[in-house]
Design a binder for this molecule. Structure first.
Ligand SMILES: Nc1nc2c(c(=O)[nH]1)N[C@H]1C(S)=C(S)[C@@H](COP(=O)(O)O)O[C@H]1N2
Ligand SMILES: [Mo]
Length: 408
């Protein structure tokens, strides 16, 4: 899927252009006007409550001297939609996260597949509920919107989120919608109808170079306890590129299960075949092989994971200090402790400031005072000691990042 990236610009997050507008609308002019220190204050945040040091107790004092870019991460620019339809992508700039900016603004929430140019009008939209039911039902969008209520902040991550695109296929929003089981509870189903296939509109005017059309995922009813059909994100109506008028959100599951433009929910029996989307994402959701039947798929849950998102450089007199800022996430799992290592040859050490991630936190921010012993490349990996479930992608090295330190 990353094959089609329209650009291979190496991102330099310390450039003024990259920083402008980054923190609650700081303009480029304001950035230049206040200088690096102004940005530093914003970077560190003044809000408490996330276990993050405030600007005043910055580890080394001194002057903020920019961000050290991660190496070998070629990426298209973040925050703008690139391409269209099935090849449309928008990458979130994770380096912008701060205690006061935990939720991703709508315009920066990642997009994986942009709205089709032949998408039907939202106003006449309905969801067909059919399959193993006594009588099929058409659920109008008006009814769904009316029943919508706050569903909380949840993280979404594409199963194909990789270093090459700076892990930008991951975001957090505060959603509103209707629990799927509430809607399905109204429908009389036949015996044996223990599974549901949730389908979304997926026809495009142009054939994709990278993805197969056809969006649906098949769930056992029990897996949908927390799932909801979303109509709003961050207090605004869902945007077309995020699945308007209605999309599925399954908290804790990879984005590939979170079908957009939902237009059909079909009750099926346990023996149903897996959908083409499930097969396409089998490897990326860590299935064993490419199973033929839906019931052979493990829940496509994001495991516990952590990632550095920026390396800040600070200067005081002759002294240079580095501070790493990162995130930890993983569905509804609690993460009690976090470790970091700077080379495969070195041991893991405890992250210096980490407030445990509670079950309801979508992600949380950690910081680590870092004293690289010498200039050179550092390969960073995180670890979650006593992880409630195996942190498989983390342990596979899929969230490794490298930074080059020029001076210490
Ligand atoms: N109809 C439809 N739904 C879809 C997709 C799609 O291509 N078509 N892509 C899925 C994938 S792979 C991801 S990661 C999420 C991304 O949602 P977002 O673009 O709102 O971030 O949508 C999912 N839902
Ligand atoms: Mo995805």
């Amino acid at each position: 899927m990353s094959r089609s990236l329209p650009s291979t610009i190496v991102h330099k997050p310390d450039e003024a252009e990259a920083m402008s507008g980054a923190y609650g609308g700081t303009s480029r002019r304001r950035f230049l006007g206040t200088g690096a220190l102004g940005v530093a204050g914003l970077l560190l945040g003044r809000e408490h409550g996330w276990g993050i040091a405030a600007a005043e107790d910055e580890p080394a004092g001194g002057k903020f001297a920019g961000l050290v870019p991660f190496e070998d991460e070629q990426a298209a620019p973040a925050g703008t939609l690139l391409g269209a339809e099935l090849d449309g992508r928008l990458f979130t700039d994770l380096a912008k996260i701060s205690p006061g900016r935990v939720v991703t603004p709508n315009a920066e929430f990642f997009i994986r597949t942009a709205a089709s140019s032949v998408l039907p009008n939202a106003e006449g939209w309905s969801i067909a509920i059919d399959g193993l039911v006594e009588r099929p039902v058409q659920l109008g969008i008006g009814v769904i919107r009316k029943a919508s209520k706050a569903m909380g902040a949840h993280l979404m991550e594409c199963a194909g989120n990789v270093a090459r695109t700076r892990f930008g296929l991951m975001s957090v929003a505060r959603w509103a919608g209707v629990p799927v089981l509430d809607l399905l509870g109204e429908v009389k189903r036949k015996s044996g109808a223990g599974w549901v296939e949730i389908c979304g509109f997926d026809e495009y005017s142009v054939a994709s170079r990278t993805s197969d059309p056809g969006a649906s995922w098949i769930f056992p009813m029990g897996a949908l306890k927390e799932a909801f059909l979303a109509t709003e994100m961050n207090g605004e109506p869902l945007m077309a590129d995020h699945g308007a008028p209605v999309r599925l959100v399954v908290p804790g599951w990879y984005g590939c299960a979170c079908i957009k433009w939902v237009n059909r929910i079909t009750f099926v029996e346990e023996g149903a075949e897996a959908s083409s989307q499930m097969r396409e994402y089998a490897v990326r959701t860590l299935q064993e092989g490419k199973p033929q039947f839906a019931k052979e798929y493990a829940p496509a849950l994001t495991g516990p994971a952590a990632l550095p998102v920026r390396v800040e450089k600070w200067v005081r007199g002759e002294k240079i200090r580095y501070r790493m800022v990162g995130i930890a996430w993983g569905g509804s799992h609690r993460i009690g402790a976090l470790q970091i290592r700077f080379s495969p040859l070195k041991r893991f050490e405890m992250v210096s400031e980490f407030r445990p991630k509670q079950t309801t936190d979508p992600w949380n921010i950690w910081t680590h005072a870092w004293f690289p012993p010498a200039p050179g490349d550092y390969q960073i990996r995180m670890a979650i000691p006593d992880s409630p479930v195996p942190a498989r992608k983390l342990e596979m090295g899929l969230y490794d990042r490298t930074v080059h330190i020029g001076e210490v």
